[in-house]
Design a protein around this ligand. Structure first.
Ligand SMILES: [Zn+2]
Length: 307
């Protein structure tokens, strides 16, 4: 099965955890034995946030809050890269488009928005395959013409919400090289690509697929149940995010946590012995710029479960 390489790594992690004595708490202000939870939690092994170990939910919550606050600026969307050959010029140079057609498509894009490739298709100047092939050259990526239902186990390696948001679809995981291949349509989102690699602790490599193939693949997700991912709209700051995250860590008995900032999202993967759970905090753009100034006692949360 596709997810096994990731799971086997976690199994190794838990067997190491059982063999080794407990390390020192990474929270410099750790209250030690005064924590009511400390002894209970220590018996279960505490929690690792990357390589730092925390003895109690309070210590972990404090560390999470600091990380959320310190990296808050990274919640802003990544600026698009502009150094690639424009799609229109690419099709023009391949003789698949003439100047009049390109001007008409650019005017439609200026007037109504959207992507140039979409307008070229709508106006009948280029096929979806031609646009995707040109995008493949533009992004220097291989093109995968179709996506298969057999890839669903790979898709399940990442939260369905992020797959839909970034329009991406993991297509293959190679265990020997620990490399996950991820298809995108329209454009490669390197922020999302790196985030998946970071959370799964593996390499990632992009490819492109036509928007129609991506649409069909993502529609498959609608028929699937995802009981291990939760989405929160984060409007009130790092303290509340950390409080919610540590609550889930405690409730699920998670032993290790990884987190990454990805566009307007913060993605946490909580790893427990029986499997993983993903927490996603969506930080609206207007909120992201003001988060550090919000108080720790903010309580207004819009919580939505994806399950
Ligand atoms: Zn501690």
């Amino acid at each position: 099965m596709a997810a096994e390489p990731i799971l086997s790594n976690n199994q190794n992690f838990f067997s190491r955890l059982r063999r080794n004595p407990l390390p020192h708490c990474a929270n410099s202000g750790c209250a030690g034995r005064r924590h009511a939870w400390r002894n209970l939690w220590q018996r279960h092994g505490g929690v690792y946030l990357y390589t730092s170990w925390y003895c109690s939910p309070q210590c972990l919550e404090q560390a999470l809050q600091e990380k959320f606050a310190a990296r808050n600026h990274a919640a802003l969307p990544v600026a698009p890269t502009c150094h690639r050959i424009p799609l229109g010029l690419m099709l023009l140079s391949r003789g698949q488009l003439d100047n009049r057609q390109l001007r008409a498509a650019l005017e439609a894009q200026r007037a109504h928005g959207g992507r140039l490739g979409g307008w070229l298709e709508k106006l009948g100047y280029a096929t979806e395959q031609q646009v995707t092939a040109a995008l493949g050259m533009q992004w220097a990526c291989p093109v995968l013409p179709i996506l298969s239902a057999a890839q669903l186990p790979y898709a399940r390696m990442a939260p369905s919400h992020l797959l839909r948001h970034f329009r991406m679809w993991p297509v293959r995981f190679v265990e020997q090289t620990r490399m996950l291949y991820i298809a995108f349509s329209d454009k490669v989102d390197y922020c999302a690509l790196q985030a998946v690699g970071h959370i799964l602790d593996c390499g990632t490599d992009p490819c492109l697929t036509p928007p129609g193939a991506m649409r069909t693949a993502l529609e498959r997700l609608e028929r699937e149940k995802f009981t291990n991912e939760f989405l929160f709209v984060a409007e009130n700051g790092p303290a509340e995010m950390a409080h919610i995250a540590s609550g889930y860590i405690l409730k699920l008995g998670a032993r290790s946590v990884r987190m990454v900032f990805c566009g307007e999202y913060v993605w946490l993967r909580l790893q427990a012995e029986r499997g993983h759970t993903d927490l996603l905090f969506h930080i609206p753009l207007a909120t992201a710029t003001s988060l550090p100034h919000l108080g720790a006692d903010a309580t207004q949360w819009a919580v939505r479960t994806l399950a």
